[in-house]
Design a protein around this ligand. Sequence first.
Ligand code: IPM
Ligand code: MG
Length: 354
Amino acid sequence: MKIAVLPGDGIGPEIVAQAAKVLEVLRSDGLKIELEYATIGGAGYDAAGDPFPPATEKLSKEADAVLLGAVGGYQYDTLPRPMRPEQGLLRIRKGLGLFANLRPAMVYPELVNASTLRADIVSGLDILIVRELTGDVYFGQPRGIRTLENGERQGFDTMHYSESEVRRVAHVGYQIAMKRGRKLCSVDKANVLDTSMFWREIVSEVAKEYPQVETSHMYVDNAAMQLVRAPKQFDVVLTGNLFGDILSDEASMLTGSIGMLPSASLDSNNKGLYEPCHGSAPDIAGKDIANPLATILSVAMMMQYTFNLPDVANRIEGAVHKVLQQGIRTGDIYESGMRRVGCAAMGDAVVAAL
Ligand code: IPM
Ligand code: MG
């Protein structure tokens, strides 16, 4: 199990260090785990003048899985776009063909009060957003800023989805829905966008291959509303890159704690990149207060999806759950009466529970 570890920027190195402790435990218990480190994002720019340095690309392509912390920092905000940390993320997704992004949003019973929504709306919530990750207006060409004939400047991007792109991510969505609650809601903007009309047509075709799954289609504006009105109506939400970006942030906040949410980005062979849903949080970097649980839970997803070891995944998730039951909390999920710990101590608590 060759794992490329890309800590990145901000809190990335701290949270990844805790996940590495978990991997060390699994190694000492007999899994053949090899970790190799490389830079990405601002760290890549600092070390090699490139947010996705060639050495990182090579290592990531050779590895079976990639564990990533986060990218971004204030000092990089004024760099020209190709040098910005986010480009590292977009290029590794595209370069490794990681077209299926899985973003679960679940509410742990212990954390039900962390949500800004009423407990009865979110308790028991368990949604999985399947976001297409290598197409859409994110990567469509042409794009840019141009001057029109009348002399006015104009910014433009191109939204498109090819049939194979829609089909393959739809299959991922349905296959996961089969293992979960067998409900899939495809989200688009088919009342306005041709790209979405086409998306809906192809998803409807793929749906016929999965008659056991209850399929629905929803416009993205309505989906944004339904997510805060009655989020438990959803099981798997399948959507494109841009809508998935927005809806997954919204869904994460239903749980009250973006610091708890892992993600997986998979290629067609289940090779994957695993990262927390949250960003690099430069304001709290280096203070040992970040929540490492999303990164640790990303390791659980890695065990499940890339290495096909559901027992190991369950063991990690169980350890995280146990730590929450013990009342151990980082600041972002702290409630009075609980034991407040830092990032490293949270990692140690999970290791102890493992
Ligand atoms: C995400 C992020 C990225 C995206 C940014 C950092 C490029 O918001 O992973 O959701 O838009 O995909
Ligand atoms: Mg986002």
